[in-house]
Ligand binder design. Structure first.
Ligand SMILES: Cc1cc2nc3c(=O)[nH]c(=O)nc-3n(C[C@H](O)[C@H](O)[C@H](O)COP(=O)(O)O)c2cc1C
Length: 349
């Protein structure tokens, strides 16, 4: 899974890069589609600040459509390499995209064919109104961030409901909320690990994680309440909505809020059984299709999860013992991709 921006790239280049990665990796390529919210990032690409929300997401939606169109350039079996007949490809199986849109004009075809996955896996991670629509229309996987199980259930149902209008079935998308597992042989050991991690959070980076939502809070006592009416640019709308919701619900101090703002905001602390319980509860409550495991430390946090929690999940029949397939798409339980041209042909039959 590689992140690439739809604001600071051209569709043809990214289509080619991910198609090539899929060939080289024998079908394990995935693209985390981001619309790039950061003003600082924009200043690396000749802009003073990032594009506005609507433009960013509209460009992102068209960008992904063009890339998928380019990935559909060659039907299976299009390349003939028939020296005797002097035919390199079957032009009935080659498609010129000729895309003309608001942001892009792209002729095609792509000069890469035969990707094992058909389409590398498309990941997306937005939860704003625009983010949800883009995910429902285009994503195979969504990295979700949710406060409570009920929030996660509501988000899950909302996004899956939107898919029908794009002719997509709910199973064509896997919603994976972030989960930061802090495991211990006992609850005490796990809590001690968590407290040690929290103690490492420097107030400056803590305030930094609140800046986009609440602006500069550095002039206020950390162990005091957030002053009323302080708002930042909120470039990550869904992340800000989560923090504002937490502020209303829990009335934390500035320090308490930033200690739950970053990675450890999705922490699950406890024994392997405790963490498996939390995962099983969300999964069975249709709050998710699985999890995006985001260990607090590497490699230690990842090793603890694999060595302590995965065996427990397997014991409960909740996690596989063998890979189901060869490609990333197959191992995510996603259906094979049908190209837009074969869908058109089928619709015309
Ligand atoms: C797990 C995860 C990984 C993300 N990775 C990136 C990234 O690498 N680059 C980036 O610009 N944004 C990244 N984002 C931010 C999202 O792309 C998106 O901007 C953010 O979730 C806000 O979405 P919204 O605008 O729909 O509220 C990530 C978000 C999540 C949840």
């Amino acid at each position: 899974m590689t992140t690439a921006s739809t604001t600071y790239n051209e569709p043809y280049n990214l289509a080619r890069k991910f198609a090539t990665l899929d060939l080289i990796s024998k079908g394990r390529a995935g693209w985390n589609v981001v619309a790039s919210w950061s003003a600082l990032e924009a200043q690396n690409f000749g802009l003073e600040t990032t594009l506005d929300y609507e433009t960013r997401y509209a460009r992102s939606a068209e960008f992904v459509e063009v890339v998928k169109g380019l990935w559909d350039s060659w039907d299976d079996g299009a390349l003939l390499f028939d020296k005797a007949a002097g035919r390199y490809f079957d032009d009935a199986k080659m498609h010129v995209l000729n895309h003309k849109g608001q942001f892009f004009k792209v002729r095609g075809p792509l000069n890469v064919a035969g990707m094992p996955q058909g389409h590398p896996v498309i990941v997306q991670a937005g939860a704003s109104e625009q983010g949800r629509e883009l995910g429902a229309a285009t994503a195979d996987v969504i990295y979700a961030i949710s406060g409570s199980r009920e929030d996660a259930r509501a988000y899950y149902a909302d996004v899956k409901e939107r898919m029908a209008k794009y002719g997509r079935a709910p199973d064509d998308l896997k919603i994976l909320p972030a989960l930061c597992p802090v495991v211990g042989r006992t609850r005490g050991e796990a809590q001690a690990r968590y407290d040690a991690l929290q103690a490492l959070i420097d107030p400056l980076s803590g305030l930094g994680s609140l800046y986009s939502t609440f602006g500069d809070l550095s002039g206020h006592p950390l162990d005091g309440p957030l002053p009323d009416g302080t708002l930042g640019r909120q470039e990550l709308r869904s992340v800000s909505a989560l923090l504002v919701e937490r502020l209303k619900r829990e009335k934390p101090t500035i320090r308490e809020l930033y200690l739950r703002a970053g990675l450890t905001g999705s922490a699950r602390i406890g024994t392997p059984a405790d963490i498996a319980d939390a995962m099983q509860e969300w999964f069975e409550a249709e709050a998710c299709d699985g999890f995006n495991i985001t260990p607090a430390t590497l490699p230690g946090g990842a090793e603890d999860f694999v060595e302590m929690v995965v065996p427990e999940l397997r014991r409960r029949g909740l996690f596989r013992a063998e890979y189901e397939g060869r490609t990333l798409r197959q191992n995510l339980g996603l259906r094979p991709v049908t190209s837009r041209y074969s869908r058109e042909r089928r619709a015309a039959e």
